[in-house]
Design a protein around this ligand. Sequence first.
Ligand code: E4P
Length: 217
Amino acid sequence: MKFFIDTANLDQIKEAQDLGVLDGVTTNPSLMAKEGITGKENIINHYKKICEIVTGDVSAEVIATDYEGIIKEGEELAKLHDQIIVKVPMIKDGVKAIKYFSDKGIKTNCTLVFSPGQAILAAKAGATYVSPFIGRLDDISTDGLNLIAEIRMIYDNYGFNTQILAASVRHTMHVIDCAKIGADVMTGPLSSIEGLLKHPLTDIGLAKFLADYKKGN
Ligand code: E4P
């Protein structure tokens, strides 16, 4: 399973990259705003900075919601760097745009996906990634992980190449459960990745090894 970090915070992106397990970055307008990155020029420069830090895919989201606008913006974003993946919302004009980008060889991430039907449309349009938001489904008492399982089954039934990018991952158990189900990618905060490190028996075992080592010296 690929690990993407879901942030626009450059320090956290560097930290995840330094850990050696990072495969890419996802951002969205809210994550940019959280870091105080506003205005087209600043956002574009920020994408460039992220691409300099990581070696993998970097999702850059379009703001336009009409077909022509999405195409124009997506083509501009794709030209920024060969790591850029154009992130397009799951709306009618978005699906049409994903088909256009797919025919042109421009990679896409279909975002804001909340149902198996939406995931089928994204795959048929040729999306590189589909992003089901599991945390936001959990937030409204709906089983986010079940959506990942349903999409996995459907994509396997038909051999769709679109990669399932489990998004809106909130914690470490989401990461583990997505891996069990067979999500191709997960994107979450740094804490969801670092949580995988933790086990009290590791800490207790290490403390004992170090204490016993000292006894012999
Ligand atoms: C996906 O690419 C989104 O950026 C993200 O995962 C949304 O997560 P949230 O629901 O925690 O905002």
